[in-house]
Design a protein around this ligand. Sequence first.
Ligand code: TYD
Length: 212
Amino acid sequence: MNRLISFEGVDGCGKSTQLNLAAEWLKGRGEQVVCTFEPGDTSLGKEIRQLLLAGEFVPVPEAELLMFLADRAQHVRERILPALDSGAWVLCDRYTDSTLAYQLAARKLGEGAGDLHEMLRFAECGVTPSLTLWFDVPVAVAMGRMKKRAEAGEKATRLDDEAESFHQRVAHAFTEQFESDSGRIARINAEADIEGVFRQLEQALKRHFSLP
Ligand code: TYD
């Protein structure tokens, strides 16, 4: 079982805050931890992220999918694999489940384009997280949080600005993924306060990795 944990959910679900708390918790137990994210945590990925999300370009859905996958392959080989090989835990903000939810489901690329799952696996270069934490929150709550962030001056990405129906399709896809792979994916009720969410995360980590 590898030590890669992905953090997933709709925009505004609170996963990034929880990722940082999880990192501190593991470090407090004397573990080595590498925190990373997609898209954009390599030099090439930084450029891909800018092209994908800054809003200057609007890639067609097929190009959008391929760019997220290019970012992933680079990320796996350059950052994730070396970190796992060094014995560190790798906490990754978004991974393949985001591609399934945003590109295959919300952009509807999964309909009629043949089976794209092989391609998603190809981009993972053999690395699937042994645990995925899915921060489940109603879209309306997540969108409310995003609005507050925007009011506080945080810049929204091109995808944050998609219609509510898009984010609903993303949320629905995460629910379906959880239902079809509940051995790997743990559902966290992300409507609770930060501490309440973290308590669930801690339980999921302990259970999944048999930690004391
Ligand atoms: P980011 O600012 O990192 O948002 P968040 O904190 O919500 O993760 O933006 C990443 C965006 O990219 C987010 O809207 C989800 C989207 N995304 C995809 O559409 N497909 C993918 O494969 C990945 C990894 C992310």
